[in-house]
Design a binder for this molecule. Structure first.
Ligand code: AMP
Length: 436
């Protein structure tokens, strides 16, 4: 199967070929003809499957060429990053079409967005909150929308956007095509689909609530207070014989935890930055572009970053803390092994998270192998170390491990022997094991 068999026009085929795509991904092969047919579509697809092109390409075709001022297609997406990425894709795929794409999201000044809307656009990609703000200010007219896409619908509901979505839908003309993409199907999603879609074509590429098979998932049991030391060890030595890590996307549960871990990694000589909802848009963009450019080794993120981040060749994702919601695990690990690549997801599981791991395994109908925790070195710096270090001599048993010295590698800043550092070796001591 190639793209020309999907019914796409030459301008789009040319842009796709220049982007370097030879074959449509399974979701594209199914969704593109379905969207072109004009019917409503309910698509079950995780990020990394190529779903963005699955709706952007046929929408660009249906919009044909620039018309009027008010947008004719509206894509709602949960996060700024995803919104910006969809727009980037639309601009690349639409480069030989005379169409205007506009992006609207919060956290940045409204002014340029209002000016852009005044100048007119054909395709509007927006987060729900900012879009409603602009509608209320009469800066955005949704009366011409003929195509509505809810991307990552499950995420939008998790983030509490249901009321905003319902309000936006009430502002749209009744006569329109609706597309809904979701990686998971909860009752709420089914309910929203039943209200929003009329006689939809259902497109599914992976069985429900299962994880990309190409992601090699492993877990290490480790006391909470040792997680950061084990993480440093994984950067230095790898998780399962793959050698030192060049880069990893690391998930924490809280914004504060993300900031703190990024600082701790930096202190250990690993270039790191945090990305979460409290960071300014500029800081988020900078962290992401530094990560993409390979300037930082660890991008420490909260859940908000788990959707939509499109980072090429990301070999590992680390669950520094397991998410409370099993579906979030699926999204997090979907950040690796994208578009045919393979990847690894490593979870650091403390005793209090054992139940969360079981829930995740039940949801995925798959077990996550728990590997023997490798011996790792504990490097505490004074005085911060006293705050969260375990009682010394209790857990941090010296564990002769000559191959496990903290050393400098090109990606590390080489803080291994900082004055004031204390180092121990730790491994799966009897106490550590008994914690599980
Ligand atoms: P998405 O799931 O839409 O976020 O896409 C995931 C990644 O797959 C992105 O980096 C896309 O550029 C890439 N991609 C999308 N379609 C194809 C294709 N047909 N062939 C190769 N890569 C693709």
């Amino acid at each position: 199967m190639n793209f020309s068999e999907l019914g796409l026009v030459p301008e789009l085929l040319r842009a796709v070929a220049e982007k370097g795509y030879d074959t449509p991904t399974p979701i594209q092969a199914k969704a593109i003809p379905a969207v072109l047919s004009g019917r409503d579509v309910l698509a079950g697809a995780q990020t990394g499957t190529g779903k963005t092109a699955g709706f952007v390409l046929p929408l660009l075709q249906k919009l044909d060429s620039a018309q009027g001022r008010a947008p004719r297609a509206l894509v709602l997406s949960p996060t700024r990053e995803l919104t910006a990425q969809i727009a980037e894709n639309a601009r690349v795929y639409g480069r030989y079409k005379n169409l205007r794409t506009l992006v609207v999201f919060g956290g940045v000044s409204e002014r340029p967005q209002i000016d852009g809307l005044r100048q007119g656009c054909d395709l509007l990609i927006a987060t729900p909150g900012r879009l409603l703000d602009l509608v209320e200010q009469k800066a955005c007219d949704l009366s011409a929308v003929r195509h509505l896409v809810l991307d990552e619908a499950d995420r939008m509901l998790d983030m509490g956007f249901i009321h905003a979505i319902r309000r936006i839908i009430r502002l749209l003309p009744a006569e329109r095509q609706n597309l809904m993409f979701s990686a998971t199907y909860s009752d709420d999603i089914r309910d929203l689909a039943a209200r929003m879609l009329r006689n939809p074509i259902t497109v599914e590429v992976a069985s429900r609530n299962t994880t990309a098979e190409r992601v090699e998932q492993v877990a290490f049991k480790v006391p909470k207070e040792h997680k950061r030391h084990l993480l440093v060890h994984l950067f230095e030595s790898g998780a399962a014989g793959e050698g030192s890590w060049h880069q990893a996307l690391v998930f924490t549960r809280t914004k504060h935890g993300a900031n703190r871990l990024a600082q701790q990694l930096e202190a250990a000589g690993i270039r790191a930055a945090a990305i979460h909802g409290n960071k300014s848009q500029a800081a988020r963009v900078r962290a992401l572009s530094d990560f993409k450019a390979g300037k930082i080794a660890a991008l420490v993120a909260t859940e908000v970053a788990s959707r939509g981040l499109d980072i090429k060749e990301l070999p590992q994702v680390v669950n520094y803390e397991l998410p409370n919601v099993p579906e979030d695990y699926v999204h997090r690990i979907g950040r690796t092994a994208r578009a045919g690549a393979t990847g690894r997801a490593v979870s650091l599981v403390s005793a209090d998270e054992a139940g969360l791991l079981r829930d995740i395994e039940r949801t995925m109908r798959q077990t996550v192998p728990v590997l023997a925790t490798p011996p790792f070195k504990i490097v505490e710096s004074r005085p911060a170390a006293t705050a969260d270090a375990p009682a010394r001599g209790e857990v941090n048993r010296p564990n002769a491990s000559p191959g496990n010295r903290a050393g400098s590698t090109p990606r590390r800043a080489g803080h291994g022997g900082r004055p004031g550092s204390r180092s121990h070796h730790s491994g799966p001591s009897r106490r550590n094991r008994s914690a599980f």
